[in-house]
Design a protein around this ligand. Structure first.
Ligand code: ZN
Length: 200
């Protein structure tokens, strides 16, 4: 027996399919939404559709951006000879919040995970290598993937690829909690990890 109307059930199903939203939260959100003024719901729906349509990868670093090239890559005052490799745009945002990192980034959009069947070709690794061999001179690549098994596997894989190019490769210091997503770590810890980075 359906307890709610078909429309509410459909909304609950869609919300429950989002990451981190259980069926209880989905129900709570669904009832919240149907009690909002219609204009507000329309604004939310528009924001979702527009973000999906307009947001794209930066041509240089592959972070999510509204433009062909993101504001960080466009900024001449950033140090374009230092590239920090992160797993996703949220990790980039976490480092930007520290306000201390002056280099640029490369966003992999994932990490190598043999268990999940995610290989080197499923992340933006080829793009990183193209960047290192093609563009302006790069002096250092800082690998800031998570300290999870996947993050460490990815770091080792990347360092093996880059070292033969004669570019300095460093890894952010451990001290970042194992398995911890970078975005949940406070700025002081992130800065310490960056400053204490070690040669690979
Ligand atoms: Zn960029």
């Amino acid at each position: 027996m359906d307890l709610y109307s078909g429309y509410i059930n459909k909304l609950i199903d869609e919300l429950a399919a989002l990451p981190g939203i259980g069926s209880k939260s989905a129900q709570r959100l669904a009832f919240h939404l149907i009690n909002l003024p219609e204009a507000k719901v329309q604004r939310l729906a528009n924001a979702m559709v527009q973000a999906r349509q307009k947001v794209r990868y930066c041509r240089e670093c592959f972070t999510l951006t509204d433009n062909e090239i993101c504001p960080i890559c466009q900024n001449d005052r950033r140090d374009h000879t230092t590239i920090m490799v992160v797993e996703n745009s949220r990790d980039l945002a976490a480092y930007e919040k520290t306000g201390k990192y002056q280099g640029v980034y490369h966003v992999l959009h994932g990490a190598i995970s043999p268990m999940l069947g995610i290989g080197p070709h499923d992340i933006k690794l080829k793009e990183l290598m193209e960047r290192l061999s093609g563009g302006p001179e790069i002096r250092e690549v800082i690998i800031a993937t998570n300290s999870s098994l996947e993050g460490e596997t990815t770091a080792m894989y990347i360092s093996k690829l880059i070292k033969p190019l004669g570019i300095r490769v460093t890894r952010i210091a451990s001290g970042v909690p194992v398995g911890g997503d970078l975005e949940y770590i406070d700025e002081v810890t992130l800065l310490r990890a960056l400053e204490g980075r070690v040669e690979l």
